[in-house]
Unconditional design. Structure first.
Length: 404
């Protein structure tokens, strides 16, 4: 595995250990997410409680971001990936076996914790094995591998439910997590010398790393919050508008499926653009596409126009596949990298959580069309902020590569 920036590097040399665990794990998660609320309802939860159970995945990710970075620093990426897969399998099996909403909630929360540990370890491994000249394409494919799993998982899950019952999907998730853990066990254990030196001198504390890099987390990190918020809006605003128009749930699902296909189609061009033209040329369209879509959404009055708006969002989102991880890799220090990536992950998770909360807050005091316009205007301002800080990243990266 080459770690230099020369032309000898080939993605096919690392594809199994680099992307195999992510795709397999995402298949399991993708199969479970569409039926999680239904499982909660089957166990006796009301609608609001079922929605809260689904949200616990994000809560677990938020809570685990900083501790996961600290853990990866101590045990390394390979052990962290293996452990995350095995514990996630236990969480999913528990969700299949439990007969209470509380038990399901515990399983979902634990699964969210494991997923964050998995993502941070995967990102750290990619930073080590991929040269800087190919970094964005590598991260784009990593983000895309999750999208592929989320596309395939529901299809397999639907077949299993048809043949057996709802709990079979959770057993599928458990099996996929075990398989992901087994694949991760075959990857090289990088950074052992650095970890040994850290054990001898004392590991850097998470808060010390955050304090040392507080400026980049407050500036570029805030741009990542905006990116995360923009990308999460499609999961909250679009379904609400479709429901507002009275579209059938099956129609909304088809619109999202078509958008997901566009999402996957644009991931490699987005990675290539980031590596060859800079991070800004992708980061700005991610936010701008969502902002423009929000401004156009009140004009969408039927399924076709809603699908066109969703396609606009999908093109921007697909181009930005891996953008948060790429920016994190660019900004991450050599010393204390896992701890920094944990803080970086927290910025992204805050954005992912903030999108639906923003829509809910505006929609609580104004009509949904007004909420679309407000979010759209905020998105335009956010695009300018993201453009400013990602351009600074591009300038620094150009200077670094010119010195190689």
């Amino acid at each position: 595995m080459s770690t230099s920036g020369d032309a000898a590097f080939r993605f096919r040399d690392i594809w199994l250990v680099a992307y195999g665990p992510s795709i397999v794990s995402a298949v399991g998660h993708g199969a479970i997410m569409p039926v999680l609320a239904i499982r909660a309802r089957d166990l006796g939860a009301d609608v609001s409680t079922a929605a809260a159970v689904v949200a616990l995945t994000g809560v677990g990710m938020l809570l685990a971001s900083l501790p996961s970075g600290a853990l990866v620093a101590r045990i390394g990426e390979r052990r962290a990936l293996v452990a995350a897969g095995l514990v996630d399998a236990v969480a999913m099996a528990f969700a299949a076996l439990t007969d209470s909403v509380l038990g399901l909630a515990v399983g979902v929360l634990l699964s969210g914790v494991c997923w964050t540990l998995f993502l941070i370890a995967r990102q750290g491994f990619m930073i080590d094995v991929v040269p800087a000249t190919h970094r964005a394409r590598a991260m784009s494919l990593l983000g895309g591998s999750y999208r592929v799993g989320v596309l395939v998982g529901p299809l397999i899950g639907a077949g299993l439910i048809h043949l057996t019952d709802l709990t079979s999907v959770f057993w599928l998730g458990a099996a996929m997590s075990v398989l992901a853990s087994m694949l991760a066990a075959t990857m090289p254990d990088l950074g052992e010398e650095k970890r040994a030196a850290a054990r001898a001198s004392g590991h850097l504390r998470v808060w010390a790393v955050i304090a040392a890099h507080r400026r980049v987390l407050a500036t570029l990190g805030s741009a990542v919050v905006i990116l995360g918020t923009s990308r999460s809006l499609r999961l909250s605003l679009l379904p609400l508008w479709a429901d507002h128009l009275g579209l059938a749930a099956s129609t909304t699902s088809l619109i999202f499926a078509g958008a997901a296909a566009l999402d996957v189609a644009f991931m490699w061009p987005g990675g290539w653009l980031m590596d060859t033209r800079g991070r800004m040329v992708v980061a700005v369209p991610v936010v701008l596409s969502m902002a423009v879509a929000c401004l156009l959404l009140p004009l969408a009055t039927d399924a076709v126009s809603v699908a066109l708006v969703m396609a606009l969002i999908a093109c921007g989102n697909g181009l930005g596949s891996g953008i948060v991880m790429t920016l994190g890799a660019d900004a991450s220090p050599s010393d204390g990298r896992p701890q920094f990536l944990g803080a970086w992950r927290l910025c992204g998770d805050i954005g992912n959580t903030g999108g639906p909360l923003l829509v809910g807050a505006v929609a609580a005091v104004a009509p949904l069309a007004t909420a679309c316009l407000v979010v759209g205007v905020l998105g335009l301002a956010g695009a300018a902020w993201v453009g400013y800080w990602t351009r600074r990243v591009d300038v620094a990266r150009e200077q670094q590569l010119s010195r190689r």
